[in-house]
Design a protein around this ligand. Structure first.
Ligand SMILES: Nc1nc2c(ncn2[C@@H]2O[C@H](COP(=O)(O)OP(=O)(O)O)[C@@H](O)[C@H]2O)c(=O)[nH]1
Ligand SMILES: [Mg+2]
Ligand SMILES: [Zn+2]
Length: 295
C-alpha cells in the first residue's frame, strides 16, 4: 500500500492512507542501512496483522521531492512565511533568508503578514509593496481568524508549512486552519477540548486536510538550510534578480561594486527594493564568512 508518513515518535511512524493513520515501524533492512524516514515521505507499506503492537511495516520510501533537516520533513510544496510588523517587529533579513531557503529547496514561498490589527493600513501596504510583485501576499488576523479562508485557498491541494519567527502567530493561525475536528480526524484520535486546549507544537506532524492538502505543523523553521551554497548562487534565489543577473557586464556579477550592474541600476531606479537588496548583501556576506571559516 501507499501512504504518507504524518508523524514519527521514537522509531514509530504514523502512516496515513488518505482516510486514517496506522502506526508501525520501518522494515529491518531500512534500519540496518540507516535509511531515514522523514515526516512527509510517501512510503510503500504493508498492514501487519500478526503483530499486536505495530499495525503496519514500512518497506521503502517511494517519493522525496525535497527534504529539510531542521526540522526534518520532506515533500513540501509551499512555505508560508509568517511575520508580524510589530510585537514582534519584523526583521526583513530573517524573512528574506527564509524565502531564499525555500527557493533553494524548490519550495514555493507565500508571504503571510500577521497581526494586521497592530499597524496602520499604510504600514501594512508598505510591507505588502515590498513583496507584491515577487510572491503572493496574504494577511491573517489570528485574533479574529480574518484571512484564514484566503490562506486555505492558497494551500489547497498542496503540502504546506508555516515558517517564521516565534511569537508572530503561527500556532494561532494553525488553530484557525485545523479546528478541533480536523485535528481529531488527522490523528485518528477522539480529541475533545481536553486533549489540546491550546495548540502547541512539540514535534513535526502533518495534518491531512482532504483534497490533497497537507498542513505540516512544525516547531521550527526559523531558518532553512543554506550551507553548501556558493555566494555567487545566492542571486538566483531572489526571483526579481533573475532576469537581471545576466544583463550585467560580468557574467558572475555579485551586484556589489562591479561596473555596469543591471541590479544596481534597477535598485537606483526603484525597480529592486532596497530592503531586499540589503538582505541579499547580508546573505552573501554570511555565506562568504562561513566559507572562510571552513578553509
Ligand atoms: N494582536 C494580535 N495578536 C495576535 C494575533 N495572532 C496571534 N496573536 C497573539 O500573538 C501571540 C503569539 O502567538 P502564537 O500563535 O503563539 O505565535 P507562534 O510562536 O508564531 O506560534 C499570542 O499571544 C497570540 O494570541 C493577531 O492577529 N493580532
Ligand atoms: Mg507556536
Ligand atoms: Zn550586477
Amino acid at each position: 500500500m501507499i501512504g504518507r508518513v504524518v508523524k514519527g515518535i521514537g522509531g514509530f511512524y504514523f502512516v496515513h492512507d488518505g482516510e486514517h493513520a496506522v502506526m508501525g515501524k520501518a522494515r529491518g533492512n531500512l534500519k540496518r542501512n540507516k535509511e531515514l524516514i522523514y515526516v512527509g515521505d510517501i512510503v510503500d507499506y504493508d498492514i501487519d496483522a500478526n503483530d499486536s503492537d505495530d499495525e503496519c511495516v514500512i518497506n521503502r520510501v517511494i517519493e522525496r521531492r525535497n527534504f529539510l533537516t531542521r526540522p526534518p520533513v520532506s515533500n513540501l510544496d509551499m512555505l508560508v512565511v509568517v511575520f508580524s510588523l510589530r510585537h514582534p517587529a519584523v526583521n526583513y533579513p530573517v524573512i528574506d533568508k527564509l524565502l531564499a531557503g525555500a527557493e533553494k529547496n524548490g519550495i514555493k514561498p507565500v508571504i503571510c503578514v500577521s497581526k494586521p490589527d497592530l499597524v496602520s493600513s499604510d504600514e501594512l501596504a508598505e510591507c505588502r509593496g515590498i513583496y507584491r510583485d515577487i510572491y503572493p501576499v496574504l494577511s491573517v488576523n489570528g485574533n479574529t481568524g480574518e484571512g484564514t479562508e484566503e490562506l486555505l485557498e492558497m494551500i489547497r491541494g498542496r503540502s504546506a508549512a508555516l515558517a517564521g519567527p516565534s511569537g508572530v502567530g503561527k500556532s494561532t493561525i494553525t488553530n484557525h486552519i485545523l479546528g478541533d475536528s480536523v485535528a481529531a480526524v488527522a490523528t485518528g484520535e477522539i480529541s475533545g477540548k481536553t486533549r489540546r486546549g491550546r495548540h502547541t507544537t512539540r514535534h513535526v506532524e502533518v495534518f491531512p486536510l482532504g483534497g490533497g492538502t497537507y498542513l505540516y505543523d512544525t516547531p521550527g523553521f526559523t531558518s532553512l538550510d543554506m550551507d553548501e551554497i556558493e555566494a555567487v548562487r545566492i542571486r538566483e534565489l531572489l526571483p526579481e534578480f533573475r532576469e537581471l543577473n545576466h544583463r550585467c557586464r560580468y557574467a558572475d556579477c555579485m551586484h556589489i561594486n562591479e561596473p555596469e550592474c543591471a541590479v544596481k541600476e534597477a535598485l537606483a531606479a526603484g525597480r529592486i527594493n532596497r530592503s531586499r537588496y540589503d538582505s541579499y548583501i547580508m546573505m552573501t556576506e554570511e555565506v562568504k564568512a562561513w566559507q572562510k571559516q571552513r578553509r
